[in-house]
Design a protein around this ligand. Structure first.
Ligand SMILES: Cc1ncc(COP(=O)(O)O)c(C=O)c1O
Length: 373
């Protein structure tokens, strides 16, 4: 078959294209913060927290200095630490696992579902021990994990569920919003996320008032009132400058996510009937497509071919957490989590950002399909 190839440069993400559409508003909002010189906390952060709680169908939200610190604050506020175990997936961004380890708790891995890349609920219960305190399902690439069986296991064993929703703000599972099902949900506002800040930022949402109060204390070094420390916390605060930039972007979030879904559907069609395996979205779930991740044979050669043709792409994630050197003390070895290891060798994220034109998507897809494989 001869493929008529569209060929143009396409980056994996183009933040400048998005910024151009909201530049004046962002500058005005940031300038207002600078003029006020309220550089820490205050009403602008509280305002964003209220908005994020509302769009997540949660009662409370607590800003955080990053998605990482959102997870860390959650774990610390639930008093998880040395002697405890926390179950999660090895096929995630490092932060999920790094936070568990930093509390002194032991990360315990279970493999992923090959279709969704999310934690396989069937494998969780055998991993539960009397030391297990929590489960962190990761809603990877914009799609939520299969939460019903996860919550069933958690409730049966009295475990807290912390949703790592860093990549999945406003995604839904059977009509329920990311972050609203477990004890708490953690978002990242890293600039590449669907709702990205102008630097680092994150947020925790919860319906648990007691946890909410503790999260507020822990983000200020565990101090309440000032200089009285019942707990050891950290500096986990979200800056007002980030809060106002995010507030400017927030009204666009649903449109941006819809554009990503449209782009995903476009690729799905282009790749249909080819060797390219397109993302599987579970029935009952709505993904925000923070990433569009395909599987391709001879993945690394395809990457070289894409780079040659100036098409942006990335591997999320090339090394599962159980094979990272820093976690060798956990005693895992190659072969322990075959689906995660296979995914790490086969996955490829391609551009899916909202501002892509059809011609750009054609260029991406045609370049992949023209790979002489
Ligand atoms: C799944 C996952 N968890 C946690 C994080 C950490 O978020 P941040 O980069 O904002 O610290 C990220 C962000 O990249 C992520 O993708």
């Amino acid at each position: 078959m001869v493929i008529r190839r569209v060929n143009m440069e396409v980056p994996l993400l183009d933040l400048k294209a998005q910024y151009a559409t909201i530049k004046d508003e962002v500058l005005a909002a940031v300038s207002e913060v600078l003029n006020s010189q309220q550089c820490i906390g205050g009403p602008r952060v509280a305002d964003l927290e209220a908005k994020i709680a509302a769009i997540s169908d949660c009662r409370f939200a607590v800003g955080a200095s990053s998605g990482t610190d959102a997870i860390l604050n959650c774990l610390m506020s639930l008093d998880i630490g040395a002697g405890d175990e926390v179950i999660t997936t090895p096929f995630t961004f490092f932060a999920t696992v790094g936070c568990i380890a930093r509390t002194g708790a032991k990360p315990v891995f279970v493999d992923i579902d090959a279709n969704t890349f999310n934690i396989n609920p069937e494998l969780i219960e055998p991993a539960v021990t009397e030391k297990t305190k929590a489960i962190i399902p990761v809603h990877l690439f914009g799609q939520m994990a299969d939460m019903d069986p996860i919550m069933e296991i958690a409730n049966k064993h009295g475990l807290a569920v912390i949703e790592d929703a860093a990549q999945s703000i406003t995604s839904t599972y059977k009509g329920q919003k990311a972050g609203s099902i477990g004890k708490a949900g953690c978002f990242s506002f890293f600039p590449s996320k669907n709702l990205g800040g102008i630097g680092d930022g994150g947020m925790i949402v919860t319906n648990d008032e007691q946890l909410y109060e503790r999260l507020l204390i822990m983000r200020n070094h565990g101090s309440k009132p000032k200089y009285l420390h019942k707990y050891i916390g950290g500096n986990f605060r979200l800056d007002p400058i980030q809060a106002v930039a995010l507030s400017v972007k927030l009204p666009h979030l649903d449109d941006w996510s819809e554009s990503r879904r449209r782009n995903a559907a476009y690729y799905d069609k282009k790749f249909s009937g080819t060797v390219v395996q397109t993302p599987y979205i579970s029935p009952g779930g709505v993904s925000i497509f923070n990433q569009y991740v395909i599987r391709v044979p001879r993945r690394d050669e395809v990457i070289a071919h894409l780079r040659e043709n100036k098409i942006g792409c990335e591997v999320y994630y090339p090394i599962p957490a159980h094979l990272q050197e820093c976690f060798s003390y956990l005693g895992y070895k190659e072969g322990d989590f075959p689906e995660s290891e296979k995914a790490a060798k086969e996955v490829l994220a391609i551009p899916v950002y909202p501002e892509l034109t059809d011609k750009m998507k054609d260029s991406v897809a045609d370049t992949i399909l023209s790979f002489p494989g």
